[in-house]
Design a protein around this ligand. Structure first.
Ligand code: NAD
Ligand code: MG
Length: 387
């Protein structure tokens, strides 16, 4: 029997690469049974037709209505309730959550609540609701397999180690398009410059997160929850070539690294086939051709977002949710030309100051914290636009 997959965010960067991985797999191994996107209904319908999928969800109600008119071979579910129904009723074995932003939390919870295994690209789910999400997976017995390249590397490295032998996790960061720049040089950078990532081709939001280094801050929080490692034992090092995806440091002084060319089809394939491995058409790693792999410390003064993420992580409670929501608002404003690059960090810092952390008791309290933080961050963005 093939493994039945639901692919959420199928029209995005990860979603499209996941469908590429599936198209190369043996149909006896993987079968897509459900797809979802926010609003790009033509693309989803085209994917559904090509794959013989009978159920899709579009969270935008207008897009869902149009898809329903244009595509009569299957069922179109609408809105965020429709997305939850897609997950709970599609009788799949594995859900790939490749939605961007905290909108991915509800589908993560729906998946794990059903006891379904989750291939998780949506790191924001863990940033916002890490404790509750991990507890839910534990309670229902669902497995979370990370898709983020660093965390996929760590999952592979940690799999072979006995409990208690791992002292440190080290996440590598490319440094993004602005590595080596001073704050003064970052004052007038454009959206196009910020989107031009040196080693990875990704969606808009994560590309900006990589330019500010917020992406690495989110990933430190993601690693803490996935692998239960205290924050003091999670390091970040800049590695511009993006060949070493992460390292673990062991109690006997050995360090183990995971290497490969930067291509998200590798961690996607790992997550979709886990615990099996299958061929992915990637050239063998040629270290002699690469010549040198280099490493340098993070410039935390210029790239303040990493420190803000670490501080929110230490504060705990609603702070990581507030950090994430403010970041989403600020990045959106930057992409729309309404906020300067350096003001992304400033808006997040001020939002965290205005909304001190409170304990999290339920997913509802996270929803409230997310709404409050978005309102404060939007007000700060508007204030800066007027100034
Ligand atoms: P993207 O913007 O290219 O695609 C996002 C997908 O989510 C689209 O299909 C979109 O229709 C859907 N979507 C957007 N908003 C939604 C909403 N409110 N409700 C439901 N669906 C919605 O994003 P991406 O680059 O593919 O990233 C997806 C996730 O994977 C992010 O969390 C990102 O951090 C993570 N990730 C991406 C990469 C990468 O190489 N792109 C690498 C590591 C991790
Ligand atoms: Mg990553």
């Amino acid at each position: 029997m093939p493994r039945r997959l639901a692919i959420l965010g199928s029209t995005g960067s990860i979603g499209v690469q996941a469908l590429d991985v599936v198209s190369r797999a043996d149909p006896q191994q993987l079968q897509v049974v459900a797809l979802s996107a926010a609003s790009g209904w033509e693309h989803v319908v085209e994917q559904a037709r090509a794959l013989g999928v009978r159920r899709v969800a579009l969270t935008d109600a207008d897009a869902a209505a149009r898809a329903g008119e244009a595509w009569t071979d299957g069922q179109v579910l609408s809105g965020s309730d429709g997305l939850v129904r897609l997950i709970t009723e599609c009788e799949c074995d594995l859900v790939l959550n490749a939605i961007v932003g905290s909108a991915g939390l509800v589908p993560t919870v729906a998946t794990l609540g059903e006891g379904l295994d989750l291939a998780l690209a949506n790191k924001e789910s863990l940033v916002v609701g890490g404790e509750l999400v991990m507890a839910l997976a534990e309670a229902t017995g669902a497995t979370i397999i990370p898709v983020d390249s660093e965390h996929s590397a760590l999952h592979q490295l940690l799999g072979a180690e006995r409990p208690g032998t791992v002292d440190r996790l080290t996440l590598t960061a490319s440094g993004g398009p602005f590595r080596g720049r001073t704050a003064a040089e970052l004052e007038r950078v454009t959206v196009a410059q910020a989107l031009a990532h040196p080693t990875w081709a990704m969606g808009g939001k994560i590309s900006i997160d990589s330019a500010t280094l917020m992406n690495k801050g989110l990933e430190v929080i993601e690693a803490h929850h996935l692998f239960g490692m205290p924050y003091e034992q999670i390091d970040v090092v800049v590695h511009p070539q993006s060949i070493v995806h992460s390292l673990i440091g062991l109690c006997d002084g050995a360090s183990l690294a995971h290497l490969g060319y930067p291509d998200m089809r590798v961690p996607i394939s790992y997550a979709l086939h886990y615990p099996e491995r299958v061929d992915v058409p990637i050239a063998p790693l040629d270290l002699a051709a690469l010549g040198a792999l280099t490493f340098e410390p993070v410039d935390e003064e210029t790239f303040a977002c990493l420190g803000l993420a670490r501080a929110a992580a230490r504060a705990g409670g609603t702070a990581p949710c507030t950090l994430n929501a403010a970041n989403e608002v600020a990045v959106h404003a930057f992409l729309a030309g309404r906020l300067a690059f350096l003001d992304i960090a400033a808006v997040i810092e001020e939002t965290l100051t205005r909304l001190p952390a409170t304990p999290v008791h339920s997913f509802e309290s996270l929803g409230d914290a997310d709404t409050r933080a978005r309102a404060v961050a939007a007000e700060l963005v508007a204030g800066r636009a007027e100034a």
